[in-house]
Design a protein around this ligand. Structure first.
Ligand SMILES: Cc1ncc(COP(=O)(O)O)c(C=O)c1O
Length: 412
C-alpha cells in the first residue's frame, strides 16, 4: 500500500491529468491475468484497449522481442533492413490483402493520418479533384485517435474542446446508414473512413450488410473505402479483419494495437497499390515506423494469430461471453452487444455509471474500463481459455449482484 501511495503520489505530482485511471497499481502480467503491487490477481478484460490480444508475456513474442532487440532495433528508414520486407509481406498475406502495399507507422492515429493523406493525394492526383478540395466522409461517433486532424472529424465535444482551429474537409453521416453515405458523396469525395464496429463510441455493431452496401456505393462512385481496423482488426471480432464478416475488401485498411503484440506501438496503413503509389520519397514518414524491432514483433504477432487460430477462438469465446451476459436479468444491464471478443455492456444510468461498475469489478478482481459513461467493455486477450472465461464471468456476476443489491434498494 505504501508503494501504491508513493507511485501514485509521484504520478499525481508529475503527470498531465489527461487520464483518470482506476485506483490500482499494476506490477505484473501473465496471460489473461494482471497483478497489483499487493499481489492481488485480476482478469484482464480490457487488453489495453485491445492491444494485448495475445495476452501478457506471450513467450514467442517475448523471444522475438529480445532476439531482435539484441541484434538490431532501430535504424530509421534511411537504410534498408533485413526485417521490413518480410513484415510487410506478412501483413498483406495474413489479412488477405493480396497485391496491396503497406506503409508502417507506430500508433493507430498515425496509421489513420496516413490514410487521410493517401486518400487526399489520390483524390487529387488520380481522381482529378481540384487541389485542396478533397472531402472525406466519416461517421458520427467515430474514434480514430487524438491528433489535431483526427479530432477535427470527431463528433465528441470533449475531444475537440479548446483544440481548434480544426482541419477542414470532413463530412459526417450517421453510422450504419448506407443511404446517408450515398447522399453525402459529391464529385469531390475522395474516401469514406469507417470502423466496421465502432469501438470507443460504445461497441456499436452496424446492421448486417452495412459494410457490403458501403463498399458497393463507394465502388460505384469511385470513392475509396477505408476501414479503420486499428481496434477491430487481427482477430478481435472473430475474423482476421472485421470486414471479412461481409467479404468486403476495402481499398485501404488501418491496423494498429495488436499488431505490436502488446509489446510495442506498431501500426500500418495497407492500401491498393495504385492508392499507395501516390506517395513519393519524402512525402510522408516516421523515424520509428517500420523499425527492425517493430517488424520482428509485428511479424511474430501475425504468426501467432494464425498458429493459435485466434480469430476462430475469439469468435467462439465471444459467443459464449455474450450469451452468458445476455442470460442475466440484471436491472443494471440495458444491453449486451458486440462481435467476437469486442463486447459492450450498456449500464442503466438510473442505477450506476459505467465507472462505478468498473470500480466494483476491480474489487472482485476484474479489470475493465468504461467508455462513454454508460458502457463497460469486455475485450479480453483472444487466447482466453474456457476456465479463464468461467473465472471472469463468475467474478463479473458477483460484482454485478453486489452493485445491483446496493443500487436497486437505493433507487426503490
Ligand atoms: C478505431 C481506432 N482507430 C484509431 C485509434 C487510435 O489508436 P492510437 O491510440 O494507437 O493512436 C483507436 C484507438 O482506440 C481506435 O479505436
Amino acid at each position: 500500500m505504501q508503494h501504491m501511495n508513493l507511485s501514485t503520489a509521484l504520478e499525481a505530482q508529475h503527470s498531465a491529468r489527461n487520464y483518470h485511471p482506476l485506483p490500482v497499481v499494476l506490477t505484473r502480467g501473465q496471460g489473461v491475468y494482471l497483478w497489483d503491487e499487493d499481489g492481488k490477481r485480476y482478469v484482464d478484460m480490457m487488453s489495453a484497449y485491445s492491444a494485448v490480444s495475445f495476452g501478457h508475456g506471450h513467450p514467442k513474442l517475448l523471444a522475438a522481442l529480445t532476439a531482435q532487440a539484441s541484434q538490431l532495433a532501430v535504424t530509421s528508414r534511411a537504410f534498408h533492413t533485413d526485417q521490413l520486407g518480410s513484415f510487410l509481406k506478412a501483413v498483406v498475406e495474413t489479412t488477405g490483402l493480396t497485391g496491396y502495399k503497406v506503409l508502417p507507422m507506430n500508433t493507430g492515429a498515425e496509421a489513420v493520418e496516413t490514410a487521410v493523406k493517401a486518400a487526399r493525394k489520390w483524390g487529387h492526383k488520380v481522381k482529378g479533384i481540384a487541389a485542396g478540395q478533397a472531402e472525406i466522409i466519416v461517421c458520427t461517433g467515430n474514434f480514430a485517435g487524438r491528433t489535431t486532424t483526427i479530432v477535427s472529424f470527431s463528433t465528441e465535444d470533449q475531444y475537440r474542446d479548446g483544440f481548434g482551429p480544426f482541419t477542414p474537409g470532413f463530412k459526417h453521416v450517421p453510422f450504419g446508414d448506407a443511404e446517408a453515405l450515398e447522399k453525402a458523396i459529391t464529385a469531390n469525395t475522395a474516401a469514406f473512413i469507417v470502423e466496421p464496429v465502432q469501438g470507443e463510441a460504445g461497441i456499436i455493431v452496424p446492421p448486417a450488410g452495412y459494410l457490403a452496401k458501403c463498399a458497393e456505393i463507394c465502388k460505384r462512385h469511385n470513392v475509396l473505402l477505408i476501414c479503420d481496423e486499428v481496434q477491430t482488426g487481427l482477430g478481435r471480432t472473430g475474423r482476421v479483419l472485421a470486414c471479412d464478416h461481409e467479404n468486403v475488401k476495402p481499398d485501404g485498411v488501418t491496423l494498429g494495437k495488436a499488431l505490436g503484440g502488446g509489446l510495442l506501438p506498431v501500426s500500418a496503413f495497407a492500401a491498393r497499390a495504385d492508392v499507395m503509389d501516390v506517395f513519393r520519397p519524402g512525402d510522408h514518414g516516421s523515424t520509428f515506423g517500420g523499425n527492425p524491432l517493430a517488424c520482428a514483433v509485428g511479424r511474430t504477432a501475425l504468426q501467432v494469430l494464425v498458429e493459435e487460430r485466434l480469430s476462430e477462438r475469439a469468435e467462439a469465446t465471444g459467443k459464449e461471453l455474450i450469451a452468458e451476459l445476455r442470460s442475466w436479468t440484471s436491472p443494471l444491464i440495458k444491453d449486451v452487444r458486440g462481435k467476437g471478443l469486442l463486447v459492450g455492456v450498456e449500464i442503466d444510468p438510473a442505477y450506476a455509471t459505467a465507472r462505478e461498475v468498473c470500480e466494483m469489478l476491480l474489487k472482485y478482481g476484474v479489470l475493465s474500463k468504461d467508455t462513454h459513461h454508460t458502457v463497460v467493455r469486455f475485450a479480453p486477450p483472444l487466447n482466453m481459455n474456457p476456465a479463464e472465461l468461467h473465472d471472469a464471468l463468475t467474478r463479473v456476476k458477483t460484482a454485478f449482484s453486489e452493485l445491483e443489491h446496493e443500487r436497486v434498494k437505493r433507487v426503490a
